[in-house]
Ligand binder design. Structure first.
Ligand code: IMP
Length: 431
Protein backbone atom coordinates (compact mmCIF):
# COMPACT_ATOMS: atom_id res chain seq x y z
CA UNK A 1 0.00 0.00 0.00
CA UNK A 2 1.30 3.42 -0.77
CA UNK A 3 2.52 6.20 1.41
CA UNK A 4 1.14 9.35 -0.21
CA UNK A 5 2.27 12.88 0.55
CA UNK A 6 -0.15 15.72 -0.15
CA UNK A 7 1.32 19.23 -0.31
CA UNK A 8 0.18 22.74 -1.16
CA UNK A 9 1.69 23.87 -4.46
CA UNK A 10 1.15 27.62 -3.95
CA UNK A 11 1.05 29.94 -0.89
CA UNK A 12 -1.21 27.71 1.19
CA UNK A 13 -5.02 27.65 1.34
CA UNK A 14 -5.20 25.50 -1.79
CA UNK A 15 -8.03 23.41 -0.33
CA UNK A 16 -5.84 20.65 1.11
CA UNK A 17 -8.38 19.90 3.84
CA UNK A 18 -11.04 18.78 1.38
CA UNK A 19 -8.65 16.68 -0.70
CA UNK A 20 -7.02 15.03 2.32
CA UNK A 21 -10.46 14.29 3.76
CA UNK A 22 -11.50 12.84 0.39
CA UNK A 23 -8.43 10.60 0.10
CA UNK A 24 -8.70 9.59 3.73
CA UNK A 25 -11.65 7.42 2.81
CA UNK A 26 -8.99 5.00 1.59
CA UNK A 27 -6.32 5.64 4.23
CA UNK A 28 -5.57 3.76 7.43
CA UNK A 29 -3.49 6.56 8.86
CA UNK A 30 -3.26 10.34 8.35
CA UNK A 31 -0.09 12.06 9.50
CA UNK A 32 0.69 15.75 9.90
CA UNK A 33 4.35 16.65 9.83
CA UNK A 34 4.88 20.41 10.06
CA UNK A 35 3.48 23.77 11.04
CA UNK A 36 1.08 24.33 13.88
CA UNK A 37 -2.02 26.35 14.68
CA UNK A 38 -1.20 28.71 11.79
CA UNK A 39 -2.92 26.13 9.55
CA UNK A 40 -6.67 25.98 9.06
CA UNK A 41 -7.98 23.04 7.07
CA UNK A 42 -11.63 23.27 6.17
CA UNK A 43 -13.63 20.06 5.89
CA UNK A 44 -17.21 19.98 4.65
CA UNK A 45 -19.17 16.86 5.52
CA UNK A 46 -22.79 17.03 4.40
CA UNK A 47 -23.98 20.40 5.65
CA UNK A 48 -21.41 20.49 8.38
CA UNK A 49 -18.28 22.65 8.09
CA UNK A 50 -15.34 21.87 10.36
CA UNK A 51 -12.03 23.75 10.52
CA UNK A 52 -9.08 21.87 12.00
CA UNK A 53 -5.82 23.58 12.82
CA UNK A 54 -3.68 21.01 14.58
CA UNK A 55 -5.65 17.81 14.17
CA UNK A 56 -5.00 15.83 10.98
CA UNK A 57 -7.88 16.15 8.49
CA UNK A 58 -8.56 12.42 8.79
CA UNK A 59 -9.96 12.99 12.28
CA UNK A 60 -13.58 12.83 11.13
CA UNK A 61 -13.21 9.26 9.85
CA UNK A 62 -13.80 6.81 12.63
CA UNK A 63 -11.53 4.10 11.28
CA UNK A 64 -8.52 6.29 10.64
CA UNK A 65 -5.66 6.71 13.07
CA UNK A 66 -4.32 10.24 13.18
CA UNK A 67 -0.73 11.11 13.94
CA UNK A 68 0.91 14.41 14.86
CA UNK A 69 4.56 14.10 13.86
CA UNK A 70 7.54 15.61 15.63
CA UNK A 71 8.02 18.34 13.03
CA UNK A 72 4.91 20.13 14.26
CA UNK A 73 4.68 22.84 16.90
CA UNK A 74 1.73 22.38 19.25
CA UNK A 75 -0.26 24.85 21.25
CA UNK A 76 -1.94 22.56 23.78
CA UNK A 77 -4.95 24.74 24.67
CA UNK A 78 -5.66 24.98 20.91
CA UNK A 79 -5.28 21.22 20.45
CA UNK A 80 -7.60 20.31 23.32
CA UNK A 81 -10.02 23.07 22.32
CA UNK A 82 -10.27 21.42 18.91
CA UNK A 83 -10.80 17.98 20.41
CA UNK A 84 -13.52 19.29 22.74
CA UNK A 85 -15.18 21.20 19.90
CA UNK A 86 -15.48 18.01 17.84
CA UNK A 87 -16.70 16.02 20.83
CA UNK A 88 -19.41 18.64 21.43
CA UNK A 89 -20.53 18.10 17.85
CA UNK A 90 -21.04 14.44 18.69
CA UNK A 91 -17.77 13.06 17.28
CA UNK A 92 -16.59 10.16 19.39
CA UNK A 93 -13.21 8.67 20.20
CA UNK A 94 -11.13 11.61 18.93
CA UNK A 95 -8.52 11.41 21.71
CA UNK A 96 -8.33 7.60 21.36
CA UNK A 97 -7.52 7.77 17.66
CA UNK A 98 -4.90 10.48 18.03
CA UNK A 99 -1.21 9.79 18.60
CA UNK A 100 1.13 12.69 19.27
CA UNK A 101 4.90 12.59 18.87
CA UNK A 102 6.77 12.83 22.13
CA UNK A 103 9.26 15.05 20.28
CA UNK A 104 6.92 17.71 18.88
CA UNK A 105 7.74 21.18 20.18
CA UNK A 106 5.34 23.33 22.16
CA UNK A 107 4.08 26.77 21.27
CA UNK A 108 4.06 28.58 24.60
CA UNK A 109 2.53 31.94 25.58
CA UNK A 110 5.86 33.76 25.21
CA UNK A 111 6.09 32.60 21.59
CA UNK A 112 2.67 34.07 20.84
CA UNK A 113 3.61 37.26 22.67
CA UNK A 114 6.88 37.74 20.74
CA UNK A 115 5.25 36.89 17.40
CA UNK A 116 2.64 39.61 17.95
CA UNK A 117 5.15 42.20 19.18
CA UNK A 118 7.60 41.65 16.34
CA UNK A 119 5.03 41.42 13.59
CA UNK A 120 4.29 45.17 13.48
CA UNK A 121 7.90 45.87 12.52
CA UNK A 122 8.58 42.85 10.30
CA UNK A 123 5.47 43.13 8.14
CA UNK A 124 5.52 39.44 7.21
CA UNK A 125 1.86 39.25 8.08
CA UNK A 126 2.25 36.20 10.29
CA UNK A 127 -0.78 34.53 11.82
CA UNK A 128 0.53 35.70 15.25
CA UNK A 129 0.16 32.17 16.58
CA UNK A 130 3.75 32.00 17.83
CA UNK A 131 5.00 29.76 15.02
CA UNK A 132 8.27 31.57 14.18
CA UNK A 133 9.41 31.96 17.81
CA UNK A 134 8.52 28.32 18.62
CA UNK A 135 10.68 27.07 15.74
CA UNK A 136 13.40 29.53 16.76
CA UNK A 137 13.46 27.91 20.21
CA UNK A 138 13.64 24.47 18.57
CA UNK A 139 16.63 25.48 16.44
CA UNK A 140 18.33 27.30 19.33
CA UNK A 141 17.87 24.12 21.38
CA UNK A 142 15.86 25.88 24.04
CA UNK A 143 12.50 24.45 22.93
CA UNK A 144 10.15 22.48 25.17
CA UNK A 145 8.95 19.18 23.74
CA UNK A 146 5.74 17.32 24.44
CA UNK A 147 7.75 14.50 26.05
CA UNK A 148 9.32 16.99 28.49
CA UNK A 149 5.91 17.48 30.11
CA UNK A 150 6.01 13.98 31.54
CA UNK A 151 8.49 15.29 34.11
CA UNK A 152 6.50 18.39 34.92
CA UNK A 153 8.86 19.49 37.72
CA UNK A 154 11.93 19.21 35.48
CA UNK A 155 10.38 21.25 32.71
CA UNK A 156 10.41 24.43 34.84
CA UNK A 157 14.17 24.69 34.43
CA UNK A 158 13.87 24.42 30.67
CA UNK A 159 11.21 27.11 30.52
CA UNK A 160 13.42 29.31 32.66
CA UNK A 161 16.31 28.87 30.23
CA UNK A 162 14.07 29.73 27.28
CA UNK A 163 12.70 32.80 29.03
CA UNK A 164 16.24 34.02 29.65
CA UNK A 165 16.71 34.09 25.87
CA UNK A 166 13.42 35.85 25.21
CA UNK A 167 13.57 38.37 28.08
CA UNK A 168 15.66 41.01 26.24
CA UNK A 169 13.34 40.81 23.22
CA UNK A 170 10.18 41.14 25.31
CA UNK A 171 11.64 43.95 27.43
CA UNK A 172 12.71 45.88 24.34
CA UNK A 173 9.03 46.19 23.51
CA UNK A 174 8.33 47.45 27.03
CA UNK A 175 6.44 44.28 27.95
CA UNK A 176 6.68 42.21 31.12
CA UNK A 177 8.46 38.85 30.88
CA UNK A 178 6.02 36.11 31.99
CA UNK A 179 6.97 34.05 35.03
CA UNK A 180 7.69 30.32 34.75
CA UNK A 181 4.63 29.62 36.90
CA UNK A 182 2.33 31.65 34.70
CA UNK A 183 3.54 29.63 31.70
CA UNK A 184 3.37 26.21 33.28
CA UNK A 185 0.39 26.52 35.64
CA UNK A 186 -2.31 26.54 32.95
CA UNK A 187 -0.48 23.78 31.09
CA UNK A 188 -0.65 21.16 33.83
CA UNK A 189 -4.16 19.79 33.14
CA UNK A 190 -3.36 19.55 29.40
CA UNK A 191 -0.06 17.78 30.13
CA UNK A 192 -1.98 15.10 32.06
CA UNK A 193 -4.43 14.58 29.21
CA UNK A 194 -1.66 14.55 26.64
CA UNK A 195 0.48 11.92 28.37
CA UNK A 196 -1.44 8.81 27.17
CA UNK A 197 -1.39 10.07 23.56
CA UNK A 198 2.40 10.42 23.39
CA UNK A 199 4.52 7.95 21.45
CA UNK A 200 7.54 7.58 19.19
CA UNK A 201 5.48 8.34 16.09
CA UNK A 202 8.38 7.64 13.73
CA UNK A 203 8.34 4.05 14.97
CA UNK A 204 4.57 3.88 14.64
CA UNK A 205 4.50 5.18 11.06
CA UNK A 206 7.40 2.96 9.97
CA UNK A 207 5.63 -0.07 11.43
CA UNK A 208 2.49 0.88 9.51
CA UNK A 209 4.60 1.11 6.33
CA UNK A 210 5.96 -2.39 6.96
CA UNK A 211 2.38 -3.64 7.43
CA UNK A 212 1.63 -2.06 4.03
CA UNK A 213 -1.06 0.20 5.40
CA UNK A 214 -2.30 3.14 3.34
CA UNK A 215 -0.73 6.24 4.83
CA UNK A 216 -1.56 9.81 3.96
CA UNK A 217 0.93 12.52 4.91
CA UNK A 218 -0.94 15.78 5.16
CA UNK A 219 1.01 18.93 4.38
CA UNK A 220 0.17 22.35 5.76
CA UNK A 221 0.83 25.82 4.30
CA UNK A 222 2.36 25.66 0.81
CA UNK A 223 5.54 25.38 -1.24
CA UNK A 224 6.04 29.14 -1.64
CA UNK A 225 5.83 29.57 2.14
CA UNK A 226 8.61 27.02 2.71
CA UNK A 227 11.50 28.31 4.83
CA UNK A 228 14.05 27.12 2.23
CA UNK A 229 12.12 27.15 -1.04
CA UNK A 230 9.57 29.92 -0.54
CA UNK A 231 9.63 33.67 -1.06
CA UNK A 232 11.96 34.28 1.90
CA UNK A 233 11.63 36.13 4.27
CA UNK A 234 7.88 36.18 3.60
CA UNK A 235 7.52 32.54 4.55
CA UNK A 236 6.58 30.39 7.50
CA UNK A 237 9.23 28.75 9.69
CA UNK A 238 8.77 25.11 8.68
CA UNK A 239 9.19 22.94 5.58
CA UNK A 240 5.86 22.45 3.79
CA UNK A 241 7.57 20.84 0.76
CA UNK A 242 7.34 17.07 0.34
CA UNK A 243 10.87 16.50 1.69
CA UNK A 244 9.63 18.00 4.97
CA UNK A 245 7.38 14.96 5.39
CA UNK A 246 10.32 12.57 5.68
CA UNK A 247 12.08 14.77 8.23
CA UNK A 248 8.96 15.81 10.11
CA UNK A 249 7.74 12.26 10.62
CA UNK A 250 10.96 10.26 10.68
CA UNK A 251 10.66 8.03 7.62
CA UNK A 252 13.16 7.51 4.83
CA UNK A 253 12.37 9.59 1.71
CA UNK A 254 12.35 6.32 -0.25
CA UNK A 255 9.30 5.21 1.76
CA UNK A 256 7.19 7.86 0.01
CA UNK A 257 5.43 6.34 -2.99
CA UNK A 258 3.67 9.33 -4.40
CA UNK A 259 3.47 13.11 -4.02
CA UNK A 260 0.27 14.93 -4.89
CA UNK A 261 0.30 18.73 -5.28
CA UNK A 262 -2.86 20.66 -4.51
CA UNK A 263 -3.28 23.70 -6.72
CA UNK A 264 -6.10 26.18 -6.71
CA UNK A 265 -7.39 27.11 -10.19
CA UNK A 266 -6.20 30.65 -9.43
CA UNK A 267 -3.79 32.00 -6.80
CA UNK A 268 -4.18 33.48 -3.33
CA UNK A 269 -1.83 34.62 -0.64
CA UNK A 270 -2.36 35.87 2.93
CA UNK A 271 0.11 38.22 4.56
CA UNK A 272 2.95 40.22 3.01
CA UNK A 273 5.45 39.35 0.29
CA UNK A 274 5.67 39.16 -3.48
CA UNK A 275 2.69 37.99 -5.52
CA UNK A 276 3.36 38.79 -9.19
CA UNK A 277 -0.05 37.78 -10.60
CA UNK A 278 -2.01 39.66 -7.93
CA UNK A 279 -5.18 41.46 -9.02
CA UNK A 280 -6.61 44.64 -7.57
CA UNK A 281 -9.60 44.92 -9.89
CA UNK A 282 -13.10 43.48 -10.18
CA UNK A 283 -11.73 40.06 -11.24
CA UNK A 284 -9.74 39.94 -7.99
CA UNK A 285 -12.87 40.83 -6.02
CA UNK A 286 -14.80 38.11 -7.87
CA UNK A 287 -12.19 35.54 -6.84
CA UNK A 288 -12.26 36.68 -3.22
CA UNK A 289 -16.03 36.70 -2.95
CA UNK A 290 -16.92 33.65 -5.04
CA UNK A 291 -14.03 31.70 -3.46
CA UNK A 292 -14.78 32.92 0.11
CA UNK A 293 -11.13 33.86 0.29
CA UNK A 294 -10.84 34.91 3.90
CA UNK A 295 -8.26 33.31 6.21
CA UNK A 296 -9.74 30.39 8.19
CA UNK A 297 -7.42 31.13 11.13
CA UNK A 298 -7.26 34.94 11.14
CA UNK A 299 -10.30 35.92 9.05
CA UNK A 300 -8.05 38.23 6.98
CA UNK A 301 -9.13 38.81 3.36
CA UNK A 302 -6.80 36.85 1.11
CA UNK A 303 -4.97 38.53 -1.75
CA UNK A 304 -6.15 37.05 -5.06
CA UNK A 305 -4.64 36.69 -8.53
CA UNK A 306 -4.33 34.63 -11.70
CA UNK A 307 -2.86 31.17 -11.94
CA UNK A 308 0.94 31.20 -12.20
CA UNK A 309 2.31 28.30 -14.27
CA UNK A 310 6.02 29.03 -13.72
CA UNK A 311 5.26 28.93 -9.97
CA UNK A 312 3.44 25.62 -10.42
CA UNK A 313 6.36 24.17 -12.40
CA UNK A 314 8.64 25.34 -9.59
CA UNK A 315 6.42 23.51 -7.08
CA UNK A 316 6.50 20.41 -9.31
CA UNK A 317 10.30 20.56 -9.28
CA UNK A 318 11.00 21.14 -5.58
CA UNK A 319 8.36 18.63 -4.44
CA UNK A 320 8.79 16.00 -7.14
CA UNK A 321 5.07 16.08 -7.91
CA UNK A 322 3.56 12.90 -9.35
CA UNK A 323 0.05 14.27 -9.73
CA UNK A 324 -2.05 17.38 -9.38
CA UNK A 325 -5.35 17.96 -7.62
CA UNK A 326 -6.94 21.15 -8.94
CA UNK A 327 -9.36 22.84 -6.55
CA UNK A 328 -12.00 25.56 -6.75
CA UNK A 329 -12.47 25.44 -10.51
CA UNK A 330 -16.09 26.48 -9.89
CA UNK A 331 -14.92 29.84 -8.50
CA UNK A 332 -13.87 30.91 -12.03
CA UNK A 333 -17.45 30.56 -13.30
CA UNK A 334 -18.71 33.94 -14.45
CA UNK A 335 -15.36 35.48 -15.41
CA UNK A 336 -15.49 36.41 -19.12
CA UNK A 337 -11.74 36.10 -19.80
CA UNK A 338 -9.19 34.16 -17.78
CA UNK A 339 -5.52 35.05 -17.71
CA UNK A 340 -2.79 32.55 -16.91
CA UNK A 341 0.84 33.53 -16.31
CA UNK A 342 2.96 31.35 -18.64
CA UNK A 343 6.40 32.97 -18.37
CA UNK A 344 8.26 35.94 -16.88
CA UNK A 345 10.10 38.84 -18.46
CA UNK A 346 13.28 39.49 -16.51
CA UNK A 347 16.26 41.84 -17.04
CA UNK A 348 18.06 38.93 -18.73
CA UNK A 349 15.19 37.98 -21.03
CA UNK A 350 12.07 35.85 -20.99
CA UNK A 351 12.02 32.71 -18.85
CA UNK A 352 9.61 29.82 -18.32
CA UNK A 353 10.97 29.38 -14.79
CA UNK A 354 9.82 31.18 -11.69
CA UNK A 355 12.44 33.91 -11.07
CA UNK A 356 12.05 33.38 -7.34
CA UNK A 357 15.20 35.24 -6.34
CA UNK A 358 14.03 38.41 -8.07
CA UNK A 359 10.40 38.51 -7.00
CA UNK A 360 11.07 40.69 -3.97
CA UNK A 361 12.33 43.62 -6.08
CA UNK A 362 9.25 45.51 -7.28
CA UNK A 363 9.09 45.82 -11.06
CA UNK A 364 12.14 43.66 -11.78
CA UNK A 365 10.13 40.83 -13.31
CA UNK A 366 6.82 40.95 -15.15
CA UNK A 367 4.40 38.08 -15.70
CA UNK A 368 3.63 37.16 -19.32
CA UNK A 369 -0.01 36.12 -19.70
CA UNK A 370 -2.07 34.04 -22.08
CA UNK A 371 -5.79 34.63 -22.19
CA UNK A 372 -8.42 31.92 -22.27
CA UNK A 373 -12.20 32.06 -22.59
CA UNK A 374 -14.22 31.89 -19.41
CA UNK A 375 -17.57 30.14 -18.90
CA UNK A 376 -20.86 31.01 -17.26
CA UNK A 377 -22.32 27.60 -16.46
CA UNK A 378 -22.43 26.42 -12.85
CA UNK A 379 -20.24 23.32 -12.51
CA UNK A 380 -22.47 21.62 -9.93
CA UNK A 381 -21.77 17.98 -9.30
CA UNK A 382 -20.27 16.95 -12.66
CA UNK A 383 -18.55 13.59 -12.43
CA UNK A 384 -16.23 13.65 -15.41
CA UNK A 385 -14.06 16.14 -17.25
CA UNK A 386 -16.18 15.65 -20.39
CA UNK A 387 -19.20 16.96 -18.53
CA UNK A 388 -17.51 20.30 -17.85
CA UNK A 389 -18.25 23.28 -20.14
CA UNK A 390 -15.83 23.25 -23.11
CA UNK A 391 -14.00 26.39 -21.87
CA UNK A 392 -13.50 24.84 -18.43
CA UNK A 393 -12.09 21.68 -20.06
CA UNK A 394 -9.67 23.83 -22.07
CA UNK A 395 -8.61 25.69 -18.91
CA UNK A 396 -7.89 22.47 -17.02
CA UNK A 397 -6.04 21.03 -20.00
CA UNK A 398 -3.96 24.21 -20.30
CA UNK A 399 -3.11 24.01 -16.59
CA UNK A 400 -2.09 20.37 -16.76
CA UNK A 401 0.07 20.78 -19.87
CA UNK A 402 1.65 23.94 -18.46
CA UNK A 403 2.48 22.19 -15.20
CA UNK A 404 3.83 19.11 -16.96
CA UNK A 405 2.26 16.93 -14.25
CA UNK A 406 -0.66 14.49 -14.69
CA UNK A 407 -4.03 15.47 -13.37
CA UNK A 408 -5.33 13.27 -10.54
CA UNK A 409 -8.41 15.17 -9.46
CA UNK A 410 -10.50 18.28 -10.12
CA UNK A 411 -12.65 19.75 -7.36
CA UNK A 412 -15.68 21.78 -8.41
CA UNK A 413 -17.16 22.56 -5.00
CA UNK A 414 -16.52 22.12 -1.29
CA UNK A 415 -18.52 18.90 -0.84
CA UNK A 416 -17.08 15.42 -1.18
CA UNK A 417 -19.41 14.63 -4.09
CA UNK A 418 -18.24 17.70 -6.03
CA UNK A 419 -15.05 15.96 -7.09
CA UNK A 420 -13.89 14.55 -10.44
CA UNK A 421 -11.38 11.74 -9.92
CA UNK A 422 -9.04 10.81 -12.80
CA UNK A 423 -6.51 8.84 -10.83
CA UNK A 424 -6.64 7.86 -7.17
CA UNK A 425 -3.24 7.72 -5.42
CA UNK A 426 -4.56 4.85 -3.31
CA UNK A 427 -5.72 3.03 -6.45
CA UNK A 428 -6.78 -0.46 -5.52
CA UNK A 429 -8.52 0.70 -2.35
CA UNK A 430 -12.14 1.89 -2.45
CA UNK A 431 -12.47 5.56 -3.26
P1 IMP B 1 3.39 32.23 10.34
O1 IMP B 1 3.38 30.84 9.82
O2 IMP B 1 2.25 32.52 11.27
O3 IMP B 1 4.72 32.60 10.92
O4 IMP B 1 3.18 33.22 9.09
C1 IMP B 1 4.15 33.38 8.06
C2 IMP B 1 3.48 33.56 6.71
O5 IMP B 1 2.86 32.35 6.33
C3 IMP B 1 2.37 34.63 6.71
O6 IMP B 1 2.37 35.26 5.43
C4 IMP B 1 1.11 33.82 6.88
O7 IMP B 1 -0.02 34.47 6.35
C5 IMP B 1 1.48 32.56 6.07
N1 IMP B 1 0.75 31.36 6.51
C6 IMP B 1 1.00 30.61 7.60
N2 IMP B 1 0.17 29.57 7.66
C7 IMP B 1 -0.63 29.66 6.60
C8 IMP B 1 -1.68 28.83 6.08
O8 IMP B 1 -2.06 27.79 6.65
N3 IMP B 1 -2.24 29.24 4.92
C9 IMP B 1 -1.83 30.35 4.27
N4 IMP B 1 -0.85 31.14 4.69
C10 IMP B 1 -0.25 30.81 5.85
Amino acid sequence: MPCVVVIGAQWGDEGKGKIVDFYTDSADMVVRWGGGPNAGHTLVVGDEKVVVRLLPSGILRENTRCVIGQGMVLDLPVLFGEIEGLEKRGRRGIAERLVVSNRAHLVLPYHVLVDGLREEKQGIGTTKKGIGPAYEDKMRRTGIRTGDLVDFAGVAQKVEAALEQWAPVIERFGEKVPSVDSVLGPLEPFARRLAPMLADTSLLVNQAIVRKEAILMEGAQGTLLDIDHGTYPYVTSSSPVSGGAAVGVGIGPNRIDSVVGIVKAYTTRVGGGPFPTELDDSDGIHLREAGAEFGSVTGRPRRTGWLDLPALRYAARVNGLDGLAVTKLDVLTGLRRLKVCVAYDTPSGRTDDLPIDHLHVPGRVTPVYEELDGWTETLGTVESLDALPAAAQRYVDFLQKGAGVPLYLVSVGPRRKETIVLHHPFAGRTA
